[in-house]
Write a protein of this length. Structure first.
Length: 575
């Protein structure tokens, strides 16, 4: 549960609210993307002019989850300090810290993703995951993590959440997400559960279209509702609504556009606030996504988003100020409604101690950085946690005929059939690490990455080529091929080609989707590693050769032909 504010904190909130002009109140309810400012971010004079004209209440900083991490921690810390100094009121700085602070800031620690955490299924690890995200994030200037993901992977074809969630079991997701939230918020970082009312049922992408959570009311409360109750009971300070419709509460959508939560009063206010009892800050998902843009013209979209119960609009653009000023003057937005949102935002700021930011913009609660990292002891602990999770997550999903582990003494020549051609042109060089690690063991490695004509592999066999083991590694980053997480294009051709061979038994190794067996049911062995996190790749190769155990338990039904009960999986030796 959320702790009550002290009298001193309450007084600060009410004093601050009373001191604000209409434009300053409006600014509290919008979040700007720092990377989209129309000038260089370190231009102090331009920033000062900008803040006077557009007194926004929060900024998004760091790399987006669909892009690579970017920048140095010290640069972000210095930039946020400058902004705090220039701003009349304390600012919130959010980021996509979904897999540790290193998922947004290159110099900090990147953890294996949430699905890997679910495969390890350890609440103590989940708490540490949140704790070190918070310590590193706050040191770099972040005060608000747009994390953890609390969606459920109920449709194996969902192209968005794949490894960004805690699996398909509501109880496990609630337990682990609750521990992440506690770890974050007990160490100075506001958590944001997302995406209400829940992604993972639709096979489509809300970046492109309004998606639909088609569960019945009873099914929803048994799954997503269960996770939401846990988040609220844990005192999560904010919730992100998605561009996701919920037909059981909004009715039949025949003949009209589905109603996304980001404009739905029934979902945002009646369900999340009143029925579920959430009292914190409601943040919309990004308002430049297709699932929101379809709702209407700019003015209608923004006003419906605010009026449905949203407190902070994510990236509405500075035109929002004029739209809201006009709406207040005309009475289409009520002043009482605006004040309610601003009060919740100020309560979030005071809970984070931001009223203690000094005149130079310094944050007394932030751990000092040393050479762009946490002090040595804490930095060592963060990186040890990252490796521990890598050790614990690697999952042996299928192992027919005891194909794994391989014998290092007799495995000398191997074939690698690369399934990642679809990402060509995007520089995900770590995929080469898998091959490099095999060669570092002294193995002779043949690479098959051309699948025209389709019988290339069969020609190799007929020429007498033979291998002691064959690997089919797969990696497709989020939006590496928009609207899918599956092997498509050249990767699909590779799947076709390998079935024409007669002397190989491919071992699938997925560093992305856990559902490779849906498209490759003929595989006798599949290992799920969930990411190209460097230590995870290293430990995966060791596990393939019996030098490290497979400790993960599949957090989804990864094998459509296997037994599955929601928490069971395939450990080493099970098949």
């Amino acid at each position: 549960m959320r702790r009550p504010l002290t009298r001193e904190e309450q007084d600060w909130v009410e004093r601050t609210l009373a001191s604000m002009s209409l434009r300053e109140k409006i600014g509290q309810t919008m979040q700007e993307h720092a990377g989209r400012l129309p000038f260089k971010g370190n231009d102090e004079a331009a920033l000062e002019v900008y803040m006077q004209k557009y007194p926004v209440g929060s900024f998004f900083i760091g790399g987006e989850v669909i892009q690579k991490a970017a920048g140095k921690a010290e640069e972000y810390r210095d930039w946020t300090r400058l902004l705090q100094k220039l701003s009349k009121y304390p600012l919130l700085f959010s980021g996509d810290l979904e897999f540790g602070a290193g998922s947004a800031v290159k110099s900090l620690t990147a953890f294996p993703p949430l699905l890997a955490l679910a495969a390890a299924d350890d609440e103590a690890l989940a708490y540490e995951y949140g704790k070190f995200t918070a310590l590193e994030g706050r040191a770099a200037g972040f005060t608000w993590a747009l994390a953890p993901g609390t969606d459920l992977l109920l449709n194996w074809m969902n192209p968005v959440i794949t490894t960004r969630c805690l699996g398909d079991d509501a109880q496990r997701a609630a337990r682990l997400a609750g521990a992440v939230v506690r770890g974050m918020q007990e160490h100075g970082l506001a958590a944001c559960a997302k995406h209400f009312p829940g992604d993972g049922v639709d096979y489509r992408d809300q970046h492109i279209v309004t998606t639909v959570n088609s569960l019945s009311e009873e099914e929803w409360f048994a799954t997503y509702g269960q996770v939401s109750r846990q988040m609220i009971d844990q005192g999560v300070l904010s919730y992100m609504t998605g561009h996701i419709a919920l037909p059981w509460i909004e009715g039949d959508v025949q003949g009209r556009n589905p109603v996304p939560a980001t404009v739905s009063e029934r979902i945002t206010t009646e369900l999340l606030r009143e029925r579920m009892g959430f009292q914190g800050v409601v943040l919309s998902d990004a308002l430049d996504m297709g699932g929101f843009l379809v709702w209407g013209d700019y003015e209608k979209r923004m006003l419906d988003c605010f009026n449905c119960g949203t407190d902070v609009l994510l990236w509405p653009g500075v035109e929002y100020f004029e739209i809201m000023e006009k709406a207040i003057a005309e009475g289409t937005v009520r002043m009482k409604r605006l004040d309610a949102s601003v009060r919740r935002i100020l309560e979030l700021k005071v809970r984070l101690g931001l009223h203690g930011i000094d005149d130079e913009g310094r944050d007394p609660q932030a751990v000092p950085l040393l050479n762009d990292k946490l002090p040595l002891k804490l930095d060592t602990q963060a990186r040890r946690l990252s490796r521990t999770l890598a050790e614990r997550c690697i999952t042996l999903v299928r192992n027919r005929g005891e194909l794994l582990p391989l014998n290092p003494q007799t495995t000398r020549r191997v074939l690698v059939i690369l399934l990642n051609k679809v990402t060509e042109g995007r520089k995900y060089e770590r995929m080469n690490v898998f091959v490099d690690l095999l060669r570092a063991r002294g193995l002779e490695v043949d690479i098959l990455d051309e699948f025209e004509p389709l019988n290339t592999l069969r020609k190799w066999e007929l020429s007498g080529m033979r291998w002691d083991a064959t690997f089919a590694p797969f990696f497709l980053p989020l939006h590496g091929m928009m609207n899918t997480a599956r092997p498509v294009g050249e990767a699909a051709k590779a799947i076709w080609a390998m079935q024409q061979a007669e002397t190989i038994r491919p071992i699938g190794v997925s560093f992305a989707t856990p559902y490779l067996l849906q498209d490759m049911p003929f595989l006798d062995a599949l290992v799920n590693a969930y990411s190209l996190h460097e230590e995870t790749v290293e430990l995966t190769v060791k596990a393939l050769f019996g030098e490290a155990p497979f400790q993960g338990v599949s957090p989804v039904k990864a094998d459509p032909q296997g037994d599955y009960s929601g928490t069971r999986g395939h450990r080493h030796g099970e098949h």
